[in-house]
Design a protein around this ligand. Sequence first.
Ligand code: NAI
Length: 272
Amino acid sequence: MAYNLLKGKRGIISGALNEESIAWKVALKAHEEGAEIVLTNAPLAMRMGEINKLAETCNAQIIPADATSVEDLENLFSKSTEILGGKIDFVLHSIGMSPNIRKGKNYGDLNYDWFQKTLDISALSFHKMMAVAEKQDAMNEWGSIVALSYIAAQRVFPDYTDMSQAKAVLESIARNYGYRFAKLKNVRVNTISQSPTMTTAGSGVGGFDAFFEYANKMSPLGNASAEDCANYCIMMFSDLTRKVTMQNLMHDGGFSSTGITEDIVEMISPKQ
Ligand code: NAI
């Protein structure tokens, strides 16, 4: 059911790779809620072509941008304001990739060039996006910017390796740019810390199925799905959350506040 929460708003949504992507669901819901959007992803990711289906459904244009390239991001923001016919009200950063995870490197054996790539793609890109938006004065007053994070920023999940540091940097950028953008334009900046979710990026992490199941059993409400996450993003883009900023918002079915659950006890208790 749609509530017209984003009626008249203009947004940029990054990171929709396929139907499983969290950004894909956010784009569908933003469209349903009345927003005009532009989609973006890395030029390489677009070769798969799936994003065209989404663009058609959402009546959106696609602007390729490698999120590590300031030049690409400048083009993204200037074209978006042109296409959408005005300043931007919301931005979703839904971008993450670690070459070390892809290549199965363990934490004691990281390739440092790849580590820097992980940080650049998954965290610094968020700073670059906001710096470009600021310099072009592309954000509307009371706009909202959201990036997606994971609890490995605060706690150890061994297989998440260098992405843990990337998420810690991402959350810190949200706080620091959140302060700056609030003072400049009343724009809010937050991260949503999402449950493990079955997507291309998610399932690339070693032992993901066990990871997913464990989190599900440790969360009194169960894992939050990609669709649940999209609903939360829409609320954050809406006018109902104007004074929420510089936060890392846990969206995890209660996982982060839970010590143990009956489900876990049952799982590891010896059978009688
Ligand atoms: P996904 O694989 O569908 O999305 C990741 C996106 O990042 C892809 O669309 C990919 O093309 C894009 N990307 C990679 N390098 C890029 C670059 N250089 N420039 C522009 N885009 C680039 O997976 P998912 O899960 O939807 O990921 C979205 C966000 O959610 C990521 O930040 C991820 O870390 C975060 N997240 C995911 C969780 C999960 O378990 N799936 C849990 C918590 C957070």
